[in-house]
Design a protein around this ligand. Structure first.
Ligand code: C2E
Ligand code: MG
Ligand code: MG
Ligand code: MG
Length: 286
């Protein structure tokens, strides 16, 4: 609470601080406006399986800002969280993802693709999250089994019982779950037994150290062993070099995502990439 007099007032009216506050409010209003104007779009980054090629994509949100151009999530996600706008943003992302899955289902070359969507805690724990997601799947015509939700350890540990209940309901409809940035969050692993998971995603901070760094390698190996033992899929993010890919493969990770295979792309470019991948595989087989 600002006092109009006294020492506190001086701090409150510090012009730099006031400017920061104004910039924040301005950005929040822009996000609100952007949601109304449909300025948030998806880019798609390929996920590959060693022998099958491109098996899916991760949907990564981008802001087509009217003045500043294409912005990555680092420029607005945390602000959207603080402003209570992340639910609306994630909802918009889910809508676009489901619409895309429904369109892919009608094209043979794209029909088998899975689409991973990042979810914030705010949305998972919203009152009617399960109901509204099931409704969205129904109305869009998307196959729930093609949708994968990426959750972080920290998000899940916020409220484990609730997370288990909600995930189980969605899982019963075929929706899959991946732990994003695995290994960077909470240290206890007991939650892995309790959650209806499908995939662990090795964080790029561990991939970055490969092939030389032995600590990174130890963590990668342990994660792959854990995934195998728990019957979960494992995928590595941030794969940038052939040496990293080879090292991951040699240690039990057969799925990859990263600049080595492709940057996040606009829809059309991603679809072309999948078509080219399919054609290449077809050609090398015959
Ligand atoms: P994330 O889910 O861990 O996504 C991976 C990030 O690594 C993406 O950054 C991706 O562009 C980047 N990346 C992919 N391959 C490579 C690589 O080979 N090298 C390097 N250095 N980076 C790579 P991006 O798109 O900037 O997204 C950042 C984060 O924003 C995401 O991290 C995710 O946590 C969050 N995010 C993205 N989309 C959404 C969304 O729709 N909703 C929410 N709540 N969060 C989102
Ligand atoms: Mg992710
Ligand atoms: Mg990640
Ligand atoms: Mg990450």
């Amino acid at each position: 609470e600002a006092k109009v007099s006294g020492k506190n007032a001086l701090r409150f009216f510090d012009p730099r601080m006031q400017q920061a506050v104004q910039e924040r409010l301005h950005l929040e209003n822009e996000i609100r406006q952007g949601l109304k104007n449909g300025e948030f779009i998806l880019h798609y980054q390929a996920q590959l399986e060693q022998s099958q090629g491109i098996v899916g994509a991760e949907a990564l949100v981008r802001w087509l800002h009217p003045q500043r151009g294409l912005l990555a999530p680092g420029a607005f996600i945390s602000q959207a969280e603080h402003a209570g706008l992340i639910q609306a943003l994630d909802q918009r992302v889910l809508e676009q993802a489901c619409a895309e899955l429904a369109l892919w289902a009608e094209q043979p070359a794209l029909a088998q693709l899975t689409l991973s969507v990042n979810l914030s805690a705010n949305l998972l724990y919203e009152d009617n999250f399960v109901g509204s997601l099931l409704e969205l799947l129904e109305s869009s015509g998307a196959n729930p089994a093609r949708l994968k939700l990426e959750l972080t350890e920290t998000l899940l540990l916020d409220n484990m019982p609730e997370a288990i209940a909600r995930m189980t309901q969605l899982k019963n409809h075929g929706i899959r779950f991946s732990i994003d940035d695995f290994g960077t969050g909470y240290s206890s692993m007991s939650y892995l037994q309790q959650l209806p998971l499908d995939q662990l995603k090795i964080d790029q901070s561990f991939v970055r150290g490969l092939p030389e760094d032995t600590n990174s390698l130890t963590i990668v190996r342990a994660t792959c062993a854990l995934a195998a033992g728990l019957n979960l899929e494992v995928i590595a993010e941030g794969v940038e070099s052939e040496a990293q890919r080879a090292m991951l493969l040699a240690n039990g990770c057969h799925r990859f995502q990263g600049y080595l295979f492709g940057k996040p792309l606009a829809l059309g470019a991603f679809e072309q990439m999948v078509m080219a991948d399919r054609a290449e595989r077809q050609a090398s087989r015959s």
